[in-house]
Design a protein around this ligand. Structure first.
Ligand SMILES: [Fe+2]
Length: 433
């Protein structure tokens, strides 16, 4: 049933870089705001060894983190470092700053790896009590400082996930095992002030593929009982989870989620018709992601789905200040529905006015996840900057671009030239000093 193309994930700006580089005093066009002080960090797969198979999967490979330190109106340094000492599957998906620690993270098994402020390896951590692997997408509650996560572990925990809460000091304070019928791929979660949401959707491990040695034994199951589990934030046991039916579909990333006044849970999310069904070799092969709204009703235990925007959208982000709360603005990477494995625009969504502002990077440039960084004592939800890594194929180079979030199509506030290209990767965060 496997249909493979030659992997595109070793060519163009998906190809790994081989050098660990340190560079100081980067060239800046425009003006970096004096008040920005911190590190822009981004993680992604960067195989050390050239994969022997043309079916190499993008999601696999050693993690490599890239960092740019900004302070005093200057881009002080760029560094890129492998996450782990050995070769193979490790934390390659995201990187966060929490409780003063810098953590490279991934789903499905490998523990978070702590790095120092200059991205040097410190070592794995179980955060004082992880029962399994962690996740690439813990959700921050901006009101409590907690991180909530849905975690799973291959191959020794294939019948359960864990709902894990880490407090603002960085220690596991709650861990609820939740039974699953098999090992679904649960990449992300949604969090509101009342519930966490478990996405039990039709991509799961195929044990025959696994026994056959597939390095990526996940596929779509047509007959899967797709469901969303609402875990009350007060819950201490699995029997408190409210399971709600959803039509078969798939999603990696919610933009945001919140409690509606009528008691439902609203999840705005980048939604796919299917994933790893006809083609297991990449996330954009079976279908392209659109922006959708899932309204989960804990009373009727049903999920209503509606499309908010049928363009191609991924890597959704919002201001950390409005995570778990009603919000107005979201940011996505936008793609060409016909031609691309990657993204050509940066889009700001006004969820209240149902409008968009699009920055088109010009055809030869490819832009990743847009991070929103709020101005200190921001006067409005979008008072701040959008930071995004932009690869220019004509220069074979990557810039870190700062946009005014209130005018993302306008001239960049600052463009920081990096000393080497940054391969297309996954997620990052701004870690403020
Ligand atoms: Fe992700």
């Amino acid at each position: 049933m496997t249909i493979y193309d030659a992997s595109p994930y070793m060519t163009g700006n998906f190809a790994p870089v081989s050098e660990e580089v340190t560079a100081h005093d980067l060239l800046v066009t425009g003006s970096i705001p004096d008040e920005l002080s911190g590190r822009f960090l981004r993680n992604g797969p960067n195989p050390r060894e050239t994969p022997v198979s043309d079916t190499h999967h993008w999601f696999l490979g050693d993690g490599m983190v890239h960092g740019i330190r900004i302070s005093d109106g200057k881009a002080q340094w760029y560094r890129n470092r492998y996450v782990g000492a050995g070769s193979g599957f490790g934390p390659n998906t995201s990187i966060i700053g929490h409780a003063g620690k810098t953590l490279a993270i991934v789903e499905a098994g490998p523990l978070p790896v702590e790095l120092d402020d200059e991205l040097n390896h410190i070592g794995p951590t179980d955060l004082g009590g992880l029962p399994s692997g962690y996740t690439a997408h813990p959700k921050l509650d901006p009101l409590t400082g907690e991180l909530h996560a849905v975690c799973y572990q291959w191959p020794d925990q294939v019948d359960k996930v864990h709902y894990v809460v880490v407090d603002r000091e960085g220690t596991v304070t709650k861990s609820i095992p939740i039974s699953t019928p098999t090992m679904p791929m649960i990449h992300d979660m949604a969090l509101t002030q009342t519930y966490g949401a478990v996405f039990d959707l039709p991509v799961a491990v195929d044990f025959e593929l696994a026994m056959g040695g597939s390095p990526f034994p996940l596929r779509w199951f047509n007959d899967y009982n797709a469901r969303i589990g609402l875990v009350p934030r007060t819950a201490n046991a699995e029997d408190e989870v409210i399971w709600c039916e959803i039509d078969p579909c798939f999603a990696y990333h919610p933009m945001n989620s919140y409690d509606a006044d009528d008691g439902t849970v609203v999840i705005d999310i980048c939604e796919y018709d299917s994933m790893f069904d006809q083609d297991r070799n990449g996330p954009f092969r079976d279908s392209r992601p659109r922006l959708a709204r899932w309204t989960v009703d804990p009373t009727t235990q049903k999920v209503r789905r509606e499309t908010l925007d049928d363009g191609v959208h991924e890597f959704p982000r919002v201001s950390d200040a409005v995570g778990t709360l009603p919000y107005r603005y979201g940011y996505t990477a936008g793609g060409n529905p016909n031609t691309s494995e990657w993204f050509y625009t940066t889009i700001k969504h006004d969820m209240a006015a149902n409008t968009q502002e699009t920055r088109n990077w010009g055809g030869h440039c490819e832009a990743g996840e847009p991070l929103f960084i709020a101005r200190e004592s921001a006067a409005a939800e979008d008072d701040g900057w959008v930071m995004v890594l932009v690869f220019d194929a004509e220069r074979n180079a990557t810039d870190l671009v700062l946009l005014d979030a209130t005018d993302i199509a306008g001239d960049p506030v600052a463009t920081i030239e990096l000393p080497q290209r940054v391969p297309h990767g996954f997620h990052g965060n701004w870690v403020s000093d």
